[in-house]
Ligand binder design. Sequence first.
Ligand SMILES: [Zn+2]
Length: 377
Amino acid sequence: MRKSVCWLILLTLLISFSFQTYSQKIPSGADAITSADLESYVSFLASPLLEGRMNGEPGLEIAQQYIASQARLIGLKPAAGLSYFQPYSMIKKSIDTEKSIMSIIPGTNDTIITKQPVYQIIHDKKLIIPESSVSERITLYNVAAIVEGSDPVLKNEYVIISAHVDHIGRSGGRINAGADDDASGCAALLSIAEAFQSLEKKPLRSILFLWVSGEEIGLYGSRYYVNNPLVPLENTIADLNMDMIGRVKGVADSTDKTPMTGPAGVFVITDNQSRELTAIADEVDQGTLLDFDYSLSGKNHPLQLFARSDHYNFVTKDIPVLFFTTGLHSDYHTPGDVIEKIDFNKLEIVTKTMFRIGYNIANRKTRIVVDNPFSKW
Ligand SMILES: [Zn+2]
């Protein structure tokens, strides 16, 4: 009897010790991330009632009000003073006659011929406006919220985690719901914020959650943000961006232009601005069910995914990034990008993994080193 009591005590000690070791590695907040929550967020954001969340249209503002109200419910701190909204002004130029071709020179020597509306941040003066266009001033918004760090000094440094709310509206009268692009990322960002907020002891550094707009028309929301940051850029230590993180490779996703991941894969795209950042991601990856695939990485990759979402504006400011996507499926930018095709179990795993990476970066004693900044390329 006494012997078995001794064994019982030893076993209890062993279990509590291994639990402590485990819980130090995996912050408990990850439990707050569930596929059910993610599905409820995506079901609102990808609802046809939001008509594809087009920039300048009411559907996008409803989506952003929803995100801000969820941020308030979670208890996040507004990042723009008392507000979650960071406004910026754009000019939207549309063609109003049969002369429907326009040439633009957006900051480069390239000329683009387009029949689509053209958008531009108001202080940018390099657009050639033909006589036949009509101009309209519109206000767009980024949504931003903060969980403050626990260290009195290091809380002045920030990890940014980002996703874009806007999508492309309708095409040919049909709604592009954008369930994967990027309602999946916006939902993940709400769940990650909830996970951080639920922690009794917050990480040393602060986290800024950034839901941008203007992505689909030229990465304008994130460009505006990096030129008008809500927290100092020099104290911004990394950006983890996610765009289209809810899909699994299907039978139609097999061309060179639609590289997709299987049930346990996610593309992680970077150009190794910080070897330490990549090492942290790999370390977290070891303890998850996911496999990281870096094959689309690098500024010279032909698909150019490294420059095709909002993280790139952070790259240009020498802030290291990791960009997460489950891939470019055959429903990309079509009315087929609907909620029924999202794999919420996979989305939960990707979301938890991003939370752990964000936590690890924010909770390190020393700031990650940027050994390969954009300004030295
Ligand atoms: Zn996108």
